[in-house]
Design a protein around this ligand. Sequence first.
Ligand code: COA
Length: 194
Amino acid sequence: MIPSLKTKRLTLRPLSISDQDAMVDIIMSDMDVMYWLPYSDAVSTIEGQQEVALGYITDFIKPWNELGFGVWAICIRDTKLGTLGSFIGYCGFLPEQIKGAGPEIAYAMGKSWWGKGLVTEALTACLDWIFIKPEVICVQAVTDMENIASRRVMEKIGMIHEKDVDLYDSVAKGNGLLPFYSIKREFYLRKRET
Ligand SMILES: CC(C)(COP(=O)(O)OP(=O)(O)OC[C@H]1O[C@@H](n2cnc3c(N)ncnc32)[C@H](O)[C@@H]1OP(=O)(O)O)[C@@H](O)C(=O)NCCC(=O)NCCS
C-alpha cells in the first residue's frame, strides 16, 4: 500500500489517474513550471498537456509497484494555502539513473505556491520516509545548471553538489552538463538529529 505523509502544511498522498486534469491545470498548462521539466516541448496544445500529464502520472505510480517507492501528489493541508486537499504539485522518487546513486528525487509545484518553502517541506518528509528503509543508503537528484530555485531546494534539504554529468542526452540536446546532487542516509540522519 502506498503511504500518505503529512507535514505541517501539506499532505503527500498517492497519485492516481484521476489527478490528470489537476496535473494539467497546475503543471502542464503553465510554461513557467514546465520550462525545466521533461516534455516541455509537447505541451503547446491541450491534447499534448493531457498526454504528458498521463505519462507523468503513469511513470510516477509505476515504481511503487516495482520498487516500493515512487512519487506522491502534494496537496494542501493548511487552508491558508487554498482549498483543503487541492492538488498543488508532486514530489518523490524515481528509479536510479546512475548505478549506485540511489533513487532520484523528482518535484514540481504550481507557481502560485512557489517561494514559501513548501517543496523543501515536502521533500524533507520524503527523505525522512525513504531513509527508514535500510536498503536505501543514498538518494540523488539532477537539475539544469540555471535552475537556481531547484538547486537551492536541493541545498536546503542537505544535498551535496558532487559533480556535473551528461545525463538524459543533455549535452547532445544542447543543454550542457547537469549538476548532480546526492545525500547519504547516514549524513542525512545525523543532520536531522542536530
Ligand atoms: C523548483 C521549485 C520546485 C521550488 O519550489 P519552492 O516551493 O518555491 O521552493 P522553496 O520555497 O522550498 O525554496 C526555493 C528557494 O530557491 C530560492 N530561489 C528561487 N528562485 C531563485 C532565484 N531566481 N535566484 C536565487 N534564489 C532563488 C528561494 O529564495 C528559496 O530559497 P530560500 O528559502 O533560501 O530563500 C519550483 O520553483 C518549481 O516547481 N519549479 C518548476 C519545476 C522544477 O524546476 N522542478 C525541478 C526539476 S529538477
